[in-house]
Structures are given as structure tokens and as C-alpha cells.
Ligand binder design. Structure first.
Ligand code: SAH
Length: 215
């Protein structure tokens, strides 16, 4: 799979648009400028790849809107070598952004087909991440605790199992609400049993569902 001058030019414009929309974290913008988003989508959709919109991928799921990826990644406050758990691998684009920023990425997907495809895409681009086919509600306690947990699907409430897998000082980012619209929520673990919540605007995600799909 290859990048192209055309795609690089489109990414520069996308980054400029994200700056205008208020994204100012230079590391996040650099990652978005670097990762070829079009290679996470069907090759026929190059024209859509650098428009700031979500887009359908396999299994009725979506690759998140670049602005949404930027906001969630900013809220995570990623440092190099941080251990980050992602719930909802989808296309693998968000995982690639985190890997580009130097994070050690663990990512879980409930659709087998997406799990396989995303793994292939990241490997072909030279990114390293640990991929898991499973139910993200369970997290990955054997690899935790994590510096950050990012949930890229909408949940009604914060899964307590995931909160227990956060380091003290770690942050969990989750869109909370029903199917129409969710509030981007940050939960910071301030002590063994203390958590601080903050809200960061409205977004729309596909739902976080229990169990796995072998297809
Ligand atoms: N981060 C993705 C966006 C994915 S859309 C990207 O960059 O492309 C949300 C994804 O979450 C979907 O692929 C969906 O199948 C997955 N998902 C929903 N509930 C899940 C769960 N309980 N465990 C793991 N993945 C889940």
C-alpha cells in the first residue's frame, strides 16, 4: 500500500481545517498529517478520506471523523511509551495515530473481520500494536494498568471493569449517552477509589455492544 503526493496535500489541508476548529496539540496534528487515512478505507474512497467526516467501513461500522479522533487523542494526553488501551479498533486508524505518537497500543474489536483487516493495514504501514478479538467491556487486565483508555463507541455508562484497569493519574475517554448523541467524557483516576469526571462536547458514535461477532 502506498501514500501519494495527492493524499499528502489533502492531509495538509485537513490539518489546517482541524487547527481552525480548535485543535492545537502539535503532536496530534503531526500524527494526523503523517498517517495515510485513505489506506484505512476502501481504495475507491480517496476523495472522501480527507474530508472531516466519519465514513462507513466493513460490518456496518465507521471510521471516526478526523476531528473526533483529534479531540479524543488530545484528551488522552499521550506521552511516548504510554500504555494505551483502545476499545473499538474499527479500521485501525485511531490505533495508528496512537502508535505514530509513540504509544504502546492494545486494541480490542468485537468483529472478527475488522480485527483481521485492521491488523493487516497497520502491519503493512509499519506500525506496531497488539490486536485482540473480543469484548471490550472486559478490557485487558493482564496487560494493564494503562496510562490511558480510549473508547471509540458509545456507551450508556462507564464500564467499571475498565476503570479498574487505569493507573492512578490515568485517563479514560468515553462518549456517554444514547444512540442519538453522546457527551465526550474524561474520567481521571485520582486515587485507588477516586475518579474525577469532566465533559467535552457532543459527538455521535456507533454503539458499544456486548459479545463478539465471528464475521
Ligand atoms: N477507532 C475506530 C472507530 C471505530 S467505530 C477507527 O479508528 O476506525 C467503533 C468500533 O467499536 C466498531 O468497529 C465496533 O465494532 C467496535 N465495538 C463496539 N462495541 C465493542 C466492544 N464491546 N468491544 C470491542 N469493540 C467494540
Amino acid at each position: 500500500m502506498t501514500d501519494s503526493f495527492e493524499a499528502k496535500g489533502k492531509r495538509k489541508k485537513l490539518v489546517a481545517e482541524l487547527r481552525q476548529k480548535g485543535i492545537s496539540d502539535e503532536e496530534v496534528l503531526r500524527a494526523i498529517d503523517t498517517v495515510p487515512r485513505h489506506l484505512f478505507m476502501d481504495p475507491a474512497f480517496l476523495v472522501h478520506a480527507y474530508v472531516d467526516k466519519a465514513f462507513p467501513i466493513t460490518s456496518g461500522q465507521t471510521i471516526s471523523q478526523p476531528y473526533t479522533v483529534a479531540v479524543q487523542t488530545c484528551l488522552l494526553r499521550v506521552n511516548k511509551r504510554d500504555k494505551i488501551l483502545e476499545i473499538g479498533t474499527g479500521s485501525g486508524y485511531q490505533a495508528a495515530i496512537l502508535a505514530e505518537m509513540g504509544a504502546k497500543v492494545y486494541t480490542i474489536e468485537r468483529f472478527r473481520e475488522l480485527f483481521i483487516k485492521a491488523q493487516r493495514t497497520l502491519t503493512s504501514l509499519g506500525y506496531t500494536a497488539d490486536f485482540f478479538y473480543g469484548d471490550g467491556y472486559e478490557g485487558k487486565p493482564q496487560y494493564g494498568p494503562f496510562d490511558g483508555i480510549i473508547i471509540t463507541a458509545a456507551a450508556q455508562e462507564v464500564p467499571q471493569t475498565l476503570l479498574q484497569q487505569l493507573k492512578i493519574g490515568g485517563r479514560l475517554i468515553i462518549p456517554l449517552g444514547n444512540s442519538g448523541s453522546q457527551v465526550m467524557t474524561v474520567v481521571e483516576r485520582t486515587g485507588p477509589n477516586s475518579f474525577e469526571y469532566s465533559s467535552h462536547g457532543s459527538f455521535v458514535f456507533v454503539p458499544m455492544l456486548k459479545g463478539t461477532v465471528n464475521g
